[in-house]
Design a protein around this ligand. Structure first.
Ligand SMILES: [Zn+2]
Length: 188
């Protein structure tokens, strides 16, 4: 049995036993917030449980490092859709201590790409097209600085509603403690 087939088999039981019923909610967030947090497995549930949020309360976007990597990339697009179409009135960027993406060095990733069959010439070709993979894969030194930068990117985005508060916090993945970095209300 493969992982995929195990998962699909479980799903059949899940639907048959109507286990979905306890997750039933609507498309609009009850608490009108969109949260961007890291895809770290320790935060899959902790990032929302530590704030007392339950299923259906918020829009939740998770990516490597809780970053806005590009002003017109999919994370920023998701935030804008949540704000304009899905009723989110506040944004929260949540970084975390001991972030694997923060500690990421581009060189070992690029080496691993080569080991897995990517021709190093591809990286050069991309560079000539204006895509610097080294820059793209770079983590960050300070999670607080990273959160502050990402909060500013959202707040100053030309398509963002000007008076929407954008908060920044840092969570400890061991005990769930959250420290405030940016209080979005102070900018309104
Ligand atoms: Zn992380």
């Amino acid at each position: 049995m493969s992982l995929l087939h195990d998962l699909l088999e479980y799903n059949q039981q899940f639907v048959e036993n109507k286990e979905y019923e306890k997750y039933t909610t609507t498309k609009s967030p009850d608490k009108k917030m969109v949260l961007v947090s890291c895809m770290d497995t320790r935060l899959t549930e902790l990032s929302t449980k530590a704030l007392g949020l339950k299923n259906g309360d918020i829009k939740h976007i998770q990516n490597a490092g809780a970053m806005i990597a590009h002003p017109y990339g999919s994370t920023m697009r998701s935030i804008l859709v949540a704000v304009y179409m899905l009723g989110a009135d506040e944004v929260m960027i949540m970084g975390h201590h001991d972030c694997g993406f923060g500690a990421l060095q581009p060189e070992p990733v690029m080496e691993e790409m080569e080991n897995r069959g990517i021709n190093p010439g591809v990286i050069d070709t991309l560079k000539h097209s204006g895509i610097d993979i080294k820059e793209w894969l770079k983590g960050f030194d300070s999670v607080e600085e990273s959160v502050t930068e990402n909060v500013a990117k959202v707040r100053q985005h030309p398509l963002m509603v000007p008076d929407i508060p954008v908060h920044g916090v840092v969570i400890n993945p061991d005990d769930g403690k959250i420290d405030l970095v940016t209080d979005g209300y102070e900018y309104n």
